[in-house]
Write a protein that binds this ligand. Structure first.
Ligand code: T4K
Length: 373
């Protein structure tokens, strides 16, 4: 067996030789970027695969998020979660917006809708929830609040590629959703991302914003950005899409294997993703309870000593980073987010990806069970 580290995730890579014809086509066309043929084909293919009306590709998920906020002219304060990757709140800050953090639900790790209303002020214009680890937010409760207070909803759906609820893609909710196609994601284009929207007019606006605000050779209508996805990335997406069902199925097998074996370990719990949804097994978070024989950090270190590179997503909380400490995160030195604080202390994401084999999973489980030191 190889002594290579087992990472929390590894990119899904289709056979290299199958990528060569795509590269030949790009070389032949000399079209490298700016809405080239691969880009257009990938947008169409993703709309079909995901079952969404309109999609605009981006060079990464963060720029997609930044542009989504810009496209809706969001101002003032935006309600979001502290239990997320730092890109969520940075997207607000880069737009000159004030993030207002609201605690999470202990069962889903997503923003707790019952705590949103108390955070709304006259300056609030939007809610930016995250489908954390691909687990759908309570989209109905969030929409109800948004409707009541006339707020926009932009989902950070970085983890939610392919996730569905009873009505179809989770990406259809809210005004816009932004996904990430980073190398560490279920579906990747090396770097990449997308905004999902409901209609052609919004798509055209987003398309212009990601191309400096240009609408034709002589007209610039907004202070846009360069958010375009290049042809090589789009081509890789097209190839990967052919294998995506297989890759997700392998993740699901690994997910179920962990779940079955972890059931009887005292002090380790997993989160239940609702069986009513189609998940993507993008992450495998566990909670290391106080009743477990080691602390979360001791277990984390033990795994690392065996080259199991688990990750403590999302620790530290966004609100514990220096640039967000002055936000609404603390009252008299006490965190306003008891649930997020508690989860951030106990969480650890175990390796999960399509190349993870049973031998590796057994090793991880034996280390957790204490049968391997
Ligand atoms: N919103 C949310 C909720 C997000 O989670 C993210 C990104 C975004 C927005 C922004 O989307 P992007 O702008 O990134 O498209 C990683 C990713 O860089 C980041 O995309 C992701 N979330 C975050 C949760 O995880 P790190 O700092 O943990 O990545 P890194 O480089 O340590 O990679 C993790 C492991 O993956 C490595 O130990 C090894 C493996 N790996 C990584 C890369 C890059 C590979 O095997 N091959 C690779 O090419 O942030």
């Amino acid at each position: 067996m190889s002594d290579k580290p087992i990472y929390v995730t590894e990119p899904f890579l289709p056979p290299l030789e199958e990528f060569i014809p795509y590269l030949e086509e790009i070389w032949e066309s000399k079209r490298l970027t700016n809405n080239g043929p691969m880009h257009e084909k990938l947008e169409d293919a993703l709309c079909e695969y995901l079952g969404v009306p309109e999609i605009a590709l981006f060079n990464n998920g963060t720029i997609a998020l930044l542009t989504a906020l810009k496209a809706l002219h969001i101002t003032g304060e935006v309600i979001t979660t502290p239990f997320t990757f730092i890109a969520t709140s940075h997207a607000l800050t880069w737009n000159g917006l004030t993030p207002i953090f609201v605690d999470i639900d202990p069962n889903t790790f997503n923003i707790d809708p019952s705590k949103i209303e108390a955070a709304i002020t006259p300056r609030t214009t939007a809610i930016l929830p995250v489908h954390c680890f691909g687990n759908p937010c309570d989209v109905e409760a969030i929409q109800e609040i948004a409707d009541k207070y006339n707020l926009k909803v932009i989902y950070d759906a970085a983890h939610a590629f392919g996730v569905e609820d009873k009505g179809g893609s989770i990406l259809r909710h809210g005004n816009l959703s932004a996904v990430s196609f980073h190398a560490t994601k279920v579906f990747n284009t090396f770097e990449g991302g997308a905004i999902i929207c409901h209609d052609k007019k919004t798509k055209q606006h987003i398309k212009s914003l990601k191309n400096f605000g240009i609408v034709d050779e002589v007209t610039v209508v907004a202070a846009g950005i360069n958010g375009k996805m290049g042809e090589v990335n789009a081509a890789f997406g097209l190839l990967q899409l052919k294998y995506i069902e297989k890759a997700i199925a392998r993740r699901k097998t690994a997910d179920q294997f962990y779940r079955d074996k972890l059931k009887n370990i005292n002090g380790i719990s997993t989160i239940d993703f609702s069986s009513q949804n189609k998940g993507n097994s993008s992450y495998f978070p566990i909670i290391v309870e106080d009743s477990y024989s080691l602390t979360r950090d001791e277990l984390f270190k033990k795994l690392q000593e065996h080259k199991i590179m688990a990750r403590r997503y999302f620790y530290p909380l966004v609100t514990d980073q220096p640039m967000y400490r002055q936000s609404n995160s603390r009252k008299s030195g006490v965190s306003n987010f008891p649930v997020s604080t508690m989860i951030a202390k106990k969480i650890m994401c175990l390796p999960i990806h399509d190349q993870l084999n049973i031998y590796n999973q057994e090793k991880i489980l034996n280390l957790i069970k204490g049968e391997l030191e």
